[in-house]
Each structure stands twice: as C-alpha cells, then as structure tokens.
Design a protein. Structure first.
Length: 83
C-alpha cells in the first residue's frame, strides 16, 4: 500500500544514511523499522501485579482509610510517639 507521511528533514537524512549503510532503500528501511517497533511493543509481557502485605487484622480501628491525613498522623505517632 502506498501512503504519504511527513518526516522532519533531519530525521529523513539520518534515515537515508542508515538505509544506505544497510544496503536498503528508504522504503525498505522504514518497513523494517516499523516491524521492529511493532514486534517490540507486542512482545512486551504484562507484568503481573503482586500486592505485598504484612501484619494481620487489617487497618487499625482508629484510622479512617478515607482520610489520608489520619494515616499520616498515625504513622508519625507510631514512629515518633504521640503528640
């Protein structure tokens, strides 16, 4: 399929030089570059999510998990003692 794309002049010159080094036409170089990019993104495996937890019994009863400021205060009090 033929198509028209716009490429910056400096990018085109770099692309043309690399194609020449590899003994390819600019079109063949572009096709190879696009195939390589698509293969790289398709082959990237999704990393599984693993939630690391510790302790037991869930959150402290006096801490409202919807209020992040309460979490910060509780953390500070556990580290530095109560006010």
């Amino acid at each position: 399929m033929r198509t028209t794309i716009t490429i910056d002049d400096d990018l085109f010159e770099t692309m043309r030089a690399r194609a020449r080094e590899q003994g390819l036409t600019v079109s063949a170089f572009v096709r190879a570059a696009i195939r390589a990019m698509l293969a790289r993104t398709e082959a990237a495996p999704a990393r599984p999510f693993h939630l690391v937890t510790y302790g037991s019994g869930g959150p402290a009863e006096q801490v409202d998990l919807d209020r992040t400021s309460a979490l910060l205060v509780a953390e500070d009090e556990s580290t530095y003692g109560p006010r």
